[in-house]
Write a protein of this length. Structure first.
Length: 64
C-alpha cells in the first residue's frame, strides 16, 4: 500500500509541476508576443520617418 500511495503522490506532483510550467510558458509567450508587436510598431514608425526624410531630402536636393 505504501508504494501505491508513493506512486500516486509522485504522479500528482508531476502533473502539478507540468501545470505550473505550462502557465509559465503561457505567460512568457504572451510577453514575447507583446514585445514583438511593440518592436514591429517601432520599425514601422522608423520606416515612415525614413520615407519622410528621404522625400524631404529629394525635394531639397539641387537639380542638375
Amino acid at each position: 500500500m505504501f508504494w501505491a500511495m508513493l506512486h500516486l503522490t509522485l504522479a500528482a506532483g508531476g502533473v502539478l509541476l507540468l501545470g505550473v510550467l505550462a502557465v509559465r510558458v503561457g505567460v512568457e509567450a504572451a510577453r514575447f508576443g507583446r514585445a514583438v508587436g511593440e518592436g514591429s510598431e517601432r520599425i514601422g514608425r522608423a520606416a515612415e520617418e525614413l520615407e519622410h526624410s528621404a522625400a524631404r531630402l529629394a525635394r531639397e536636393a539641387p537639380r542638375r
